[in-house]
Design a protein around this ligand. Structure first.
Ligand code: ACO
Length: 321
């Protein structure tokens, strides 16, 4: 028993913001951003919510899969930027699209969130509990980014990607690995509301993304290839057996570093971060959808997905498309 992706969809906000436009907000340049990150632009919400973007991506994925919302029995949304703590985004999406037969909840593992949600669905389906799932990665990071901090505001973008997954007898998801290291949590964090009640007197902490970029960079180029190698070893495969590596889109230099460590041609690592920036948990499903719609995912291909980010969290899985 395994699972396979049978439909994809994605939705980005209408507003695209170029690097040039950011030079009017912070002391930076298109050249610096492109050279250090590979990012040329990103989509930024002017009102679109995580729930709206998610619901729209789900409707497209359902259409692509030829399924109805009522067919879905499990709906997971991976996000670290929900509009509401309660109810969870997944329940709001359920109501919007009419997935009334689904159980719905959110997963927060930052940039590895979509991947961890996919593995959760795999475990449920392996256990025979659910048969048709919708998995969404969605973010409106623009509301948790400090637009005065040139070290972070240039990196992130907003958007949502969704996949429809069903159980299958063979192939599909071949295996996965996933890891967390909470001891390194401080290198990338964002506080929610600070503790304010009549019994405490604390200063407000900055409710924005704070990042030690160099530490995050070093973590990614070390742990991601190690995780992919662990996965391939488990599956008795080598990196040469993989047709495409669909990685979290954080930074082109990170992707280049990973390709080098795996001794693979960087052309096997598709990118869209030049146009969309780093969309955290939305990055992998949006890229998958773009590749799917462009006809680049052929039946029988071996695709490795790998996500990594705050927590710290990281992991990889291999799929037979
Ligand atoms: N424009 C111009 N100059 C800048 C900018 C900017 N936007 N941001 C920082 N600088 C300056 C710094 O102030 C510093 O100046 P100084 O030397 O006078 O002090 C100089 O550039 C170098 O700064 P560094 O932080 O050392 O630059 P670095 O080459 O490490 O690049 C970056 C920074 C792009 C953030 C890099 O560390 C990186 O990509 N890290 C990975 C972080 C990441 O991808 N995070 C995404 C979230 S996590 C995830 O998705 C996995």
């Amino acid at each position: 028993m395994s699972i396979r992706i049978v439909g994809t969809g994605s939705t980005l906000p209408k507003k695209h913001v170029t690097n040039e436009e950011l030079t009017r907000l912070v002391d930076t340049s298109d050249e610096w951003i492109r050279e250090r990150t590979g990012i040329g632009g990103r989509y930024v919400s002017q009102g679109e919510t995580v729930t709206e973007l998610s619901a729209s991506a789900c409707e497209k994925a359902l259409k692509d899969a030829g399924k109805n919302a009522e067919d879905i029995d499990l709906l997971l949304v991976a996000t670290c930027s929900p509009e509401t703590s309660i109810p969870c985004v997944a329940c709001q999406v359920q109501a919007r699209i009419g997935a009334n037969n689904a159980v719905a909840f959110d997963v927060n593992a930052a940039c590895a969130g979509f991947l961890f949600a996919l593995h959760t669905v795999y475990a449920y389906m392996e256990a025979g509990i659910y048969k048709n799932a919708l998995i969404v990665g969605a973010e409106v990071l623009s509301k948790i980014v400090d637009w005065n901090d040139r070290g972070t505001c240039i990196l992130f973008g907003d958007g949502a990607g969704a996949v429809v997954v069903e159980h299958c007898e063979k192939d599909g998801l071949l295996g996965f690995v996933q890891h967390s290291d909470g001891r390194k949590g401080e290198v990338l964090r964002c506080d929610t509301r600070s503790l304010v009640n009549p019994f405490v007197d604390r200063p407000m902490e900055a409710p924005y993304v704070q990042m030690d970029g160099r530490e995050v960079f070093a973590f990614a180029v070390r742990q991601v290839p190690a995780g992919v190698e662990e996965l391939l070893q488990k599956l008795e495969m080598t990196a040469d057996d993989v047709d495409l590596f669909v990685l979290h889109q954080a930074n082109f230099r990170i992707i280049e570093g990973i390709a080098k460590r795996l001794k693979q041609d960087v052309n096997k690592f598709p990118v869209n971060l030049d146009r969309v920036g780093n969309m955290s948990s939305a990055a992998i499903p949006v890229l998958l959808d773009e590749l799917n719609r462009a006809g680049r995912l052929k039946e029988g291909m071996c695709i490795v997905l790998s996500g990594f980010g705050a927590g710290l969290t990281w992991g990889a899985c291999a799929l037979r498309w």
